[in-house]
Design a protein around this ligand. Structure first.
Ligand code: NAD
Length: 736
């Protein structure tokens, strides 16, 4: 019997070693062929009397990355096609049968009568980890990098191959729900403490130990299939169950505002499944799984947060033919808040960093940030003292620009001041004249900064988000003259530090800050219209934003928002800004000295001890006060999201954005735009362009010209088109 993805070796004791090693891939993933072959392997083990049991391991350095999500996308697409030709019911049936194949296969492993052991030799995720859970015993090879988890929720799905039902039979339901709803990736010692793996052994002993469990008489029955099995948390109607499930519902609402159908499905399948024997419970899980697979939220999240993100990470926007750059040494000028973070992520990627500031003390302070971050990691057991020392040894803090010699890339993060930036650029270029130069400016146009460089073709914007070590996005900005080499080097650098890049053209606020600006403005204007501040903040979160617009203004600084309004007015004229917003910010900053979190006073108060709270005097700034009972919550939600989506459409129309994937991925990773929507443009597509245009037109009448639908939207609506259809990624079609 020979397979493409599996190798079967039967030893003298009659134990089959099943090695999963899909050809031409760096990691094993589950697809139709793998499912079919694994099924044949299982039947061979089950049916061959000479085989006593099986050990499943992988021939790669990880066990399995999970299901091939593009395949799941195909399943839901073929649902729409079957629905068109054979009707909704037939399509639903086909989807149900198709999407539960893996679940049935895993149940077969569990009940086939022969013991199966998972020999986990590295990371096992999603469907890969569900396979391990379906085995009767789990042994893992000790490995610092190994992670185990069921992260499906992060792409709008849930574990649909028995994962929810097995997990909830292995631990207390509250712990199981938390594990499933967070999608955490566990280190081995944590997984062992949670009893998700039975044994951790040195890699060299992995297969031997797994086999030994079978020879010692390991049983081919899962605990839940043994008569008298007791659920770890008792029945759902028990006292403990009653403590768990109502609270879980409340927590679910608090955390998701019911925006994530997959999270709701997890609660349902756990609650319903716990009341049923395993086979029926798995059927319930499959029913919900097929339904979630069809949800627009899952489709949008898989597309943006998996497919598109992966394509961007792999260099979808990299200029063709540009040779890859090996970045060994990088210069960071400005060791302040941002520069210190950039130095840390760069050193963490194994690249040497020269960290420059105006004097030694300031440069040292920047390096101290890495020291603190690494010490925290060591204290939490996530890194060793040797890791910390190695990372710190890569950072050279100095005021001496001569140390830049030999750098492959220099990034400046000095004060947001043209003159200071030009001076830093000139000093650096005196040492490394041909280096690629990146600016981390948040507001200054790249094209004009590039003019201060020796060669504007080698100048580019590399815009980080704060806190640098946590934020996953980097926005690369092309100035008018930025060349392909600069773009290729910037992309290679972003890849090296394991962040996701988007590439945009120069514009005031680039893409992300420009769109965030509209969100903040909408919140400010609502306040001036008389909407209670608490309502603005809460409804923003209900809409799916991670923080309300007033809170976010405090984080970026109220005086910065005020400066931007003033600069926009000075550059573009009074019509470019909103007088009500100007009056509010002027009052906050100039009259009340409320600068935001940085001085403990913004739209919120930040007491030294205790939690922040809305500034009690805020209502006094509102000339009008609306009756909260009469405020239309849906309209507030739509306003906050639609204004951002509309601004994104404008960026697309103007050519600031040229790729729908970047618009969507950038909006979720950059400013947390309602992830369940798949991002700003997916939000429009999901609503339907016509409906979105109608919504904007209605709002234009009520709230003003800022809601005027972009021409591109009118055109798409007229032709009954969508962003993803007309601008299908990879076709290189541009809006402008
Ligand atoms: P910061 O004030 O914390 O740091 C600036 C650092 O630059 C200071 O340590 C200063 O001593 C140093 N510096 C000034 N002139 C210098 C010179 N000639 N040579 C060497 N060092 C010099 O500011 P920050 O918040 O880190 O911002 C830096 C840049 O990053 C700005 O352009 C800002 O717009 C941009 N940015 C900031 C954020 C943010 O959230 N703070 C986000 C994205 C981008």
């Amino acid at each position: 019997m020979s397979f493409e993805n599996f190798k079967l070796d039967i030893d003298a004791d009659g134990i089959a070693l099943v090695t999963w090693d899909s050809p031409g891939r760096s990691m094993n993933v589950i697809n139709a062929k793998v499912t079919e072959e694994l099924s044949a392997v299982v039947e061979k083990v089950a049916g061959d009397t000479a085989i006593k049991g099986a050990v499943i391991t992988s021939g790669k350095d990880s066990f399995c990355a999970g299901a091939d999500l593009t395949l799941l996308e195909t399943l839901s697409r073929s649902f729409s096609e079957t629905a068109k030709t054979q009707g909704e019911e037939a399509a639903a049936k086909a989807l149900f049968e198709g999407s539960r194949k893996l679940s049935q296969l895993y149940r077969r492993i569990e009940t086939c009568g022969k013991p199966f052991v998972a020999a986990i030799n590295g990371t096992a995720m999603g469907g890969g980890f569900e396979l391990c859970l379906a085995c009767h015993h789990r042994v893992a090879a000790d490995g610092e990098k190994t992670r185990l988890g069921l992260p499906e929720i992060k792409v709008g799905l849930f574990p649909g191959a028995g994962g929810t039902q097995r997990i909830v039979r292995m631990m207390q339901p509250a712990d199981a729900l938390q594990f499933l709803l967070k999608g955490d990736q566990l280190r081995l010692n944590r997984a062992k403490a949670m009893k998700l793996v039975d044994n951790i052994v040195p890699a060299a002993d992995l297969v031997k130990t797994a086999k030994a469990w079978i020879t010692a008489g390991g049983k081919a029955v899962a605990p839940w299939d043994v008569e008298g099995f007791r659920l770890p948390g008792g029945l759902v109607y028990s006292k403990a169950g009653m403590m768990t499930f109502p609270a879980a519902n409340a927590i679910y609402r608090r955390e998701t505002y019911d925006n994530y159908p997959a999270a709701r499905a997890i609660l349902q399948v756990v609650y319903e499944g716990l009341q049923l024997p395993m086979d029926q419970a798995l059927r319930v899980e499959s029913r919900h799984f097929a339904k979630i697979l069809r949800s627009p939220e899952a489709a949008a999240m898989i597309r943006s947060l998996f497919v598109s993100m992966q394509e961007l990470n792999k260099g979808a926007r990299r200029p063709q033919g540009a040779p890859p750059t090996q970045l060994k040494k990088i210069g960071v000028i400005g060791a302040g808040f941002m520069g210190a973070g950039i130095a840390y992520v760069t050193a963490a990627a194994g690249i040497d960093v020269v960290l420059i500031d105006r004097d030694q003390a300031a440069a040292d302070k920047g390096k101290a940030h890495s020291q603190k971050l690494m010490t925290d990691q060591v204290n939490k057991g996530r890194a060793s003292a040797a890791d910390r020392d190695a990372l710190l040894a890569r950072i050279t803090p100095t005021p001496d620009y001569a140390a830049l010699k030999g750098c492959d890339l220099v990034i400046e993060a000095v004060f947001e001041d043209r003159k200071v930036k030009a001076e830093a650029t000139a000093k650096a270029q005196a040492i490394v004249p041909d280096v690629i130069f990146g600016s981390n400016t948040s507001t200054l146009p790249i094209s004009s900064l590039a003019e201060t460089a020796k060669d504007p073709a080698r100048f580019i914007g590399i815009h980080f988000f704060s806190p640098v070590e946590k934020m996953l996005l980097v926005e690369i900005i092309l100035g008018k003259k930025s060349g392909d080499t600069a773009l290729a080097v910037a992309l290679d650098y972003v890849r090296a530090i394991r962040k996701t890049p988007i590439v945009v053209n120069d514009s005031r606020g680039f893409y992300t800050s420009r769109v965030v600006g509209t969100y903040l403005r909408e919140g400010h204007l609502m306040l001036t219209e008389g909407v209670p501040a608490a309502m603005i903040e809460n409804v923003a979160r209900i809409a799916g934003m991670p923080v309300g617009p007033l809170s976010l203004t405090d984080e970026v600084a109220v005086d910065l928002a005020w400066k931007i309004v003033k600069a926009t007015e000075a550059d573009l004229g009074a019509a470019a800004i909103d007088p009500a917003q100007k009056a509010l910010l002027s009052e906050m900053v100039e009259k009340r000295g409320r600068l935001g979190r940085k001085n403990g006073k913004g739209f919120y108060d930040y007491p030294e001890k205790g939690q922040k709270r809305l500034w009690p005097d805020l209502p006094a700034l509102q000339k009008i006060k609306l009756d909260p009972e009469k405020i239309d919550i849906t309209e507030i939600k739509q306003r906050l999201l639609a204004i951002q989506a509309l601004e994104t459409a404008r960026c697309f129309e103007e050519g600031v954005l040229t790729d729908v994937r970047e618009a969507d991925v950038g909006s979720i990773l950059g400013f947390g735009f309602a992830p369940f929507s798949g991002g700003t443009l997916s939000y429009i597509d999901m609503m339907g362009i016509k409906r979105f245009v109608e919504l904007c037109t209605r709002m234009e009448k009520k709230f003003g010209a800022r809601f005027k639908p972009a021409k591109l939207l009118l055109d798409l609506a007229a032709k009954d088109d969508t962003f993803y259809r007309r601008f299908a990624p990879g076709r290189g079609q541009k809006a402008a």
